[in-house]
Design a protein around this ligand. Structure first.
Ligand code: DHE
Length: 531
């Protein structure tokens, strides 16, 4: 067997392909298919909707590997078709098996991937201004909350319906469903909690007023063609004042008025990487807001820089770019709100940024494709304050010390490794009042995708794993305001929301008839960064 010089990730894909080809039986050789201009245009949208998030518009790779034509032509039409159809254990979804893409889509995609990528269009300030729609002016909104317990509302992402549903966290009643951007991704709260901002993958930001008697959309705007994150200004004196939208495309961030979404500034991203190359694509991944300074912390995925945007300065400039690791993705605050802990997922590392000194503290290897979400903070009986990440590419949780003041000996070092029964863990979460840290295995290729696991903070070990989902995958957790209940999604077209007692983990309620529920955001916990 010759030495192929493949990295871990490529070897994993090759292994998966061989296994899956064995399982599927011999594949008939097929010639590369050429695409008509119409087919090319249609397939461009299929790629954009299903592939670009992980592989990039220019296909240079980030969460997923590089799939530029030089590589895809080597894999060939059959190989590409098999990967798209059956997925891989490295985290690539089985788009064919799940029925998401038709055989026709897959064949055309396998050809499209071997052709040069088209150049995506810019989005300038005049177009952003033109997209702004102020539906309810500030003066016409209620002066006081019109509903009790609005801070215990849950905003639930109904991904494939491009909707957000608002639930009462006490009664579990659905209050309203609102249409928002395409394949809506997440919600973030304004600093007072009054507004939810929903971000669609088409870059549309929708602002929801939770003080209204029935929550409603009061403004929309589109600052990007493709986006995954927004965040509000949270520093004292700036509450509900500004909102930042980070783009996946074009390489820019846009700042809006936090009460009206009027566009205020559009800033280009630096296109150099930490190793000096000029990149065609740099995407804004996670964004967090400091509580100690008027700063947003933005993860610049491909370039490996963590940027600091100062919203107290005219023009909302990027005032610092801190070199860290390439392929920055999801992250959140440590328990003090000083350190930003972010995954450089395709580098298999976690990065620690000190926002007070505006510098990189360290980065450390955890496992294959760390995916912490916003992470989880709790006190370990041996190691003091810790934080954790699970992984997309292996069945492992890495718990690391996160208390440089109290336990400098173990700060930013992996102190415990826990094996989960399945890989493909997307999210985990805890609450100060819960004895557990809960993990999903949503992208696992076996029955564990329907399960969740409870890690005991007290014993430092997995306590139990159990099935919660019936129709799809169990994914994402959100606690209620008091931390006494936790909501889990059964992610399916006929999905549901399962509410568990946060101490006994017994099922309290199951809300059915929910279309592809993914992320859930409790108003109080999202506002106060409780995770
Ligand atoms: Fe997400 C967070 C990007 C796929 C559900 N996701 C994030 C963040 C980023 C990101 C950068 C951090 C935002 C922040 O904190 O500011 N997600 C991406 C992708 O690029 C990716 C891999 C592929 C894509 O094309 O979008 C992707 N994400 C998914 C999904 O498939 C999920 C499971 C369902 C969906 O929306 O399609 C999904 N991502 C989520 C959720 C969060 C998230 C629920 C927020 C977690 C939290 O608790 O804050």
């Amino acid at each position: 067997m010759p030495y192929l010089g493949l990295g871990d990730y490529a070897a994993l894909h090759l292994q998966a392909f061989i296994f899956q080809q064995q399982a599927a039986g011999p594949l008939l050789p097929s010639a590369p298919v050429t695409l008509t201009p119409t087919e090319f245009e249609q397939t461009k949208h299929v790629y954009f909707d299903h592939c670009a998030g992980c592989h990039g518009l220019y296909r240079k790779g980030a969460t997923g590997p590089n799939i530029e034509p030089t590589r895809t032509q080597q894999i060939g039409t059959d190989g590409l078709g098999a990967m798209v159809r059956y997925g891989t254990p490295g985290g690539m979804p089985a788009w064919g098996l799940t029925g998401t893409l038709s055989e026709d889509n897959i064949t055309k995609l396998a050809s499209y991937l071997q052709m040069d990528p088209p150049t995506p269009p810019p989005l300038g300030m005049p177009e952003i201004q033109a997209s702004w729609n102020l539906i309810v002016p500030v003066a016409s909104r209620p002066a006081t909350p019109q509903r009790a317990n609005w801070e215990n509302n849950f905003g639930v992402i109904l991904r494939d319906a491009s909707q957000v549903a608002i639930y009462d966290g006490g009664t579990k009643q659905e209050i309203v469903r609102l249409s928002v951007g395409f394949a809506v991704h997440i919600l973030r709260s304004s600093a007072t909690g009054r507004y939810f901002y929903a971000i669609g993958r088409d870059g549309l930001v929708s602002m929801i007023d939770l003080w209204a008697s029935t929550p409603n959309i009061v403004a929309t705007v589109k600052g990007c063609h493709d986006a995954r994150s927004v965040e509000s200004s949270k520093f004292a004196g700036y509450e509900d004042r500004y909102l930042i939208e980070g783009c996946y495309w074009p390489p820019q961030y846009v700042v809006f008025d936090g009460l009206t979404l009027e566009p205020l500034a559009r800033n280009d991203l630096p296109m150099q990487s930490i190793t000096g190359e000029t990149l065609p694509e740099v995407r804004v991944a996670s964004i967090v807001a400091s509580s100690f300074e008027p700063l947003w912390v933005v993860s610049l995925k491909e370039s490996g820089y963590v940027g600091l945007v100062d919203y107290s300065q005219p023009g909302f400039p990027l005032v610092s770019t801190i070199a860290s690791e390439k392929f920055l993705h999801d992250g959140g605050w440590d328990h003090t709100g000083r350190y930003f802990l972010v995954a450089a997922n395709a580098s298999n590392k976690m990065v620690v940024i000190d926002t007070q000194t505006r510098s990189l503290v360290t980065s450390f290897t955890t496992g294959k494709l760390p995916h912490p979400g916003r992470g989880a903070n709790w006190e370990d009986p041996v190691y003091g304050w810790v934080n954790a990440t699970a992984h997309l590419g292996e069945a492992k949780v890495s718990i690391y010390g996160a208390d440089p003041a109290g336990r400098p000996d173990v700060a930013w070092k992996v102190v415990r490794e826990i094996t989960l029964p399945g890989s493909g863990s997307l999210f985990h979460k805890t609450h100060p009042n819960s004895p557990w840290v809960l993990f999903d295995m949503a992208l696992s290729t076996d029955a564990t995708k329907k399960q969740i696991c409870a890690y005991s903070k007290a014993s430092g070990a997995l306590d139990r794993c159990f099935t919660v989902a019936t129709n799809g995958q169990a994914t994402h957790f959100e606690f209620n305001q008091a931390g006494t209940e936790v909501w889990v999604s059964d992610w399916a077209s006929n999905g549901s929301l399962i509410v568990l007692d946060a101490t006994t983990l017994a099922e309290i309620s199951r809300i059915t008839g929910v279309t592809t529920p993914t992320g859930k955001f409790n108003v109080y916990n999202t506002t106060h960064d409780i995770y």
